[in-house]
Design a protein around this ligand. Structure first.
Ligand code: TRP
Length: 477
């Protein structure tokens, strides 16, 4: 054996040093199921279980559902394919994904890169409320929660208590993300998503067997096209975006972890299908039971604002008597799972943006994300107590309302629009079509191109303009 010379020793050293600066290798989902569960986990969240049923109740049930399905299966799937293909093609999160088409395009991703940070700041707050309800049911506070809103009001205006629950919800998310893409994110979805589907089926069947529920079911499902309106159209479009986590960097990041042999089109379809299925189940859990309790469609529509979940649902459950506490606990556990899997996707998107853009290590990116999101979350939470004088959207509005408006109505449609214009007109859809074809057929590529070039931009400009005008009271409908 040759005695190592000074030179070879030095070479060895150099190699060792080199190894230590090699960037961390990009993780990937273990297979298609891993991707679809994670993507569906991101999509199915408070938007699906809380927002969708109250929007459906508000806009006349079946008519809204019909339009929503139409948007999800056309625009929704098309944009999902775009985001996944963009992520997989570049192997990067949003800013660097655009930068890989030329440095000058970085800015296209910048606007969208801010979205997961902002959404996560307020999403965690509502996640904290859900966590608190779950614990309150576990402690048997069934009667107190059904007191028409006093308990809820007292809770959200109690700064320290609501901050504590927000941080608890955040901490669970951060721990899962810290465990990595496979060991944390993928595994958590593998456990929580099937549990969520099973439990929502069980609760759905149970509430449908309650007296009076069938009238509610009819109201929920049968379309009445006289209820059709421009406002309904905008709401359904907004729900498609929020519900599928589009225009927010999340699906690009999840796509960047997808292996080249997993089909983009069928993954996008399965993700959308799962989201639609759980949206319907959530509606079945909530609307017929609420209908049976409140007695009429009008009463449901009147109570169909955001308060539906935290005020009306506990009242509905209380009527179930002895099993009320159990049902309440299981229901809020399920909502918490849904919220967690979405929050995980938001945090993962933040981490991968910092990691890719600033060439940081995952740990460092996570640490900064934790600090930023926790601080922002505290401010949003206190918007209901000591900071309630901040009312950015006018009398009675909160910081949370403002951030929700900025992201859902302004930044997400705008980000989506930029993405469509970029791949429809600047770069031509062929780049992404080729990417999709790497892993299977793309029979509807032509139609997809038309969606990206024409249909999506027109619809997105429409939501953007109308929702901004409406918020500032320039138009009303
Ligand atoms: N889609 C989730 C829900 O319905 C929330 C969500 C997660 C989200 N990631 C997102 C919304 C990105 C918009 C953008 O609750």
């Amino acid at each position: 054996m040759a005695v190592p010379t000074a030179k070879s020793k030095r070479q060895r050293k150099i190699i060792l040093v080199d190894v230590s600066v090699v960037p961390e290798q990009r993780a990937s989902w273990s297979g298609k199921l891993g991707f679809v569960l994670a993507a569906a986990g991101s999509a199915v969240g408070l938007g699906t279980i809380w927002r969708f049923p109250y929007l459906a109740a508000h806009y006349g049930g079946g008519t809204f559902i019909f339009v929503f399905f139409l948007f999800m299966l056309t625009l929704g799937v098309a944009l999902l394919v775009l985001e996944i293909a963009l992520g997989r093609n570049t192997g990067k999160s949003i800013i660097m994904a655009f930068a890989s088409f030329g440095k000058q395009y970085r800015f296209v991703g910048m606007l969208t890169a801010a979205v997961p940070f902002i959404i996560a700041s307020y999403y965690g707050v509502v996640g904290g409320w859900v966590t608190r309800y779950m614990f309150a049911y576990a402690a048997g506070m069934t009667k107190e929660l059904a007191d028409g809103g006093d308990n809820f009001g007292a809770f959200i205006s109690d700064g320290p208590q609501s901050v504590a629950f927000m941080l608890l919800f955040g901490a669970i998310t951060f721990i899962i993300v810290a465990l990595g893409v496979n060991g944390g994110v993928e595994r958590a979805n593998l456990i929580m998503m099937p549990a969520l589907i099973l439990v929502s089926l069980l609760i759905g069947i149970f509430t449908l067997t309650q007296p009076g529920a069938l009238d509610g079911l009819r109201y929920f499902l049968v379309p009445d096209f006289s209820k059709f309106s421009l406002e309904l159209l905008i709401a359904a479009l907004g729900q498609t975006f929020f519900g599928l986590s589009l225009g927010a960097a999340t699906m690009v990041t999840y796509g960047s972890y997808m292996k080249k042999d997993v089909s983009v089109t069928s993954s996008a379809l399965q993700t959308t299908g799962t989201t639609l299925g759980i949206s319907l189940l959530a509606g079945l859990m909530i609307i017929p039971a609420t209908f049976a309790t409140l007695g009429s469609a009008n009463a449901v529509a009147k109570n169909s604002g955001p308060s539906l979940m935290f005020l009306v649902i506990p009242e509905v459950f209380e009527k179930f008597g002895r099993i009320a506490t159990g049902i309440g606990f299981v229901f809020f556990l399920l909502v918490m799972f849904a919220a967690l899997t979405s929050m995980i996707s938001l945090v993962e998107a933040c981490v991968s943006i910092l990691q890719d853009t600033l060439a940081w290590k995952r740990r460092q990116a996570l640490l900064v994300t934790v600090v930023v999101l926790s601080s922002a979350g505290i401010i949003v939470t206190l918007g209901y107590s000591s900071l309630s004088f901040i009312q950015p959207l006018g009398e009675g509005s909160t910081i949370l309302d403002f951030l929700d408006f900025m992201t859902s109505s302004v930044m997400m449609p705008l980000g989506g629009l930029l993405m469509c214009l970029f791949f429809g007109w600047r770069k031509k859809p062929a780049v992404l079509i080729d990417e999709v074809r790497l892993s299977g057929e793309f029979k509807r590529a032509g139609l997809w191109g038309v969606m990206i070039k024409y249909v999506a931009p027109i619809l997105l400009v429409a939501i953007f303009i109308t929702s901004v005008l409406k918020t500032f009271g320039i138009i009303s409908f």
